[in-house]
Design a protein around this ligand. Structure first.
Ligand code: ZN
Length: 372
């Protein structure tokens, strides 16, 4: 059953309300993943503000901490969930009373974990106790809402080992990226913030990176000279993302000429908006592994890019992985667990997740690559 959460807990009933959906011959809990799909479907059939309310609730369902089934079992009201008003709460209850057939999930909403699933995957997992770095985030130097110091302070507070700030390069119309002059100013700020931690006796540090735009043909937006001023270069596609034609060559070309350490949000999918690019993924991953380019697991709940299925294939191909929240404000740094859960679910070996390397080892690897 594609929609059932892996490892779903068996649900009972409350006030005579069944919390089981009968799908095929097996009784399964109506998981939050399934509810997200039902909400998205209901949105597609509604108009105006009701449509938007359903769409917002569908996207929010990925982030709910608890399964709605459990919440109902405890006699609580679904309207305590974000983006669920009394009307939508009634609709949710109705689905539990009379479970609909499992809908066929369209590609743009397929293969997304919910936070409730993430919590189950990471429960008692040894990686949760390890310190890890967050290797993609944005600041006020491009489209982020917080400063370098604010992002660093927030990441430190939630236990990150170190972070890389990776504001957008120029070369894409939206958002406006960072030019060479701004990058130099940001570098000084990065050094300053890191010095501040050192003075306070903390090992925490900020690494100066960039999310460099790649053209649809794999052309990097900045020159080798400009790239060499950053310690960490993520290359990402941000245009021609809806084409259905095979895009293997844009990846291979980018690996060959773009001088980057990691491929950002590799498929470029977005929940409910676009299914992501099509490619011969095993060839792409083999090329990345050969070029020693890490593939990102973008931890934003609406991206989850790579998804578990592709992360597994990238692991088989021998790739390195970098997890990044792609946070645009301090609160989004909390999304890190989605990336961790994807790596765990895909059986990625721990030593291939560069986030677990010490800052020294990480910089030594990245620096050796830059000077090649
Ligand atoms: Zn991006």
């Amino acid at each position: 059953m594609a929609l059932a959460a892996e490892g779903s807990t068996a649900a009972g009933s409350t006030h005579g309300r069944a919390v089981h959906a009968r799908v095929g011959c097996a009784a399964v809990t109506l998981s939050n993943a399934m509810l997200a799909e039902l909400l998205a479907r209901a949105g597609a059939e509604a108009d105006g503000h009701r449509r938007r309310a359903y769409e917002r609730a569908a996207a929010a369902a990925l982030g709910w901490e608890e399964e709605v089934a459990e919440l109902l079992e405890q006699g609580r009201d679904p309207s305590e969930l974000p983006y669920i008003g009394s009307g939508l709460a009634t609709r949710l209850r109705a689905w539990f009373d009379d479970p609909p057939q499992a809908p066929d999930v369209p590609p743009s909403r397929r293969g997304f974990l919910t936070r409730a699933e993430v919590r189950r995957i990471l429960e008692n997992h040894p990686w949760v106790d390890l310190q890890a770095a967050d290797l993609q985030m944005h600041t006020t130097y491009s489209d982020g809402k917080a400063t370098v110091a604010e992002m660093a302070g927030a990441a430190r507070r939630i236990g990150r080992a170190y972070i890389a700030v990776t504001d957008h390069s120029t070369g894409q119309p939206v958002p406006r990226g960072m030019d060479a002059e701004a990058a130099e100013k940001q570098n000084a700020e990065v050094l300053d913030v890191t010095a501040g931690f050192a003075e306070a006796g903390e090992k925490f540090r900020v690494i100066h990176g960039i999310e460099m735009n790649l053209s649809p043909s794999g052309e990097p937006a900045i020159s080798a000279d400009e790239r060499s001023r950053f310690s960490w270069v993520i290359g990402s596609f941000h245009s021609s993302l809806r084409t259905e034609a095979d895009q293997t060559s844009r990846y291979i070309d980018a690996f060959r000429r773009a001088g980057m350490h990691a491929l950002g949000h590799p498929t470029c999918r977005r929940f409910g908006r676009r299914p992501g690019l099509v490619a011969e993924w095993d060839r792409v991953f083999e090329a990345a592994a050969r070029a020693d380019i890490a593939v990102e697991i973008n931890a934003h709940p609406h991206r989850q890019d790579l998804p578990v299925s592709l992360a597994r294939r990238a692991a088989t191909a021998g790739c390195l992985f970098s997890i990044g929240t792609d946070a645009h404000d301090p609160a989004e740094l909390e999304h890190f667990d989605f990336g961790l859960a994807i790596a765990v679910a895909a059986d990625v070996p721990k030593e291939r997740v560069v986030n677990f390397w010490s800052a020294e080892d990480f910089l030594a690897w990245a620096g050796a690559k830059t000077s090649r």
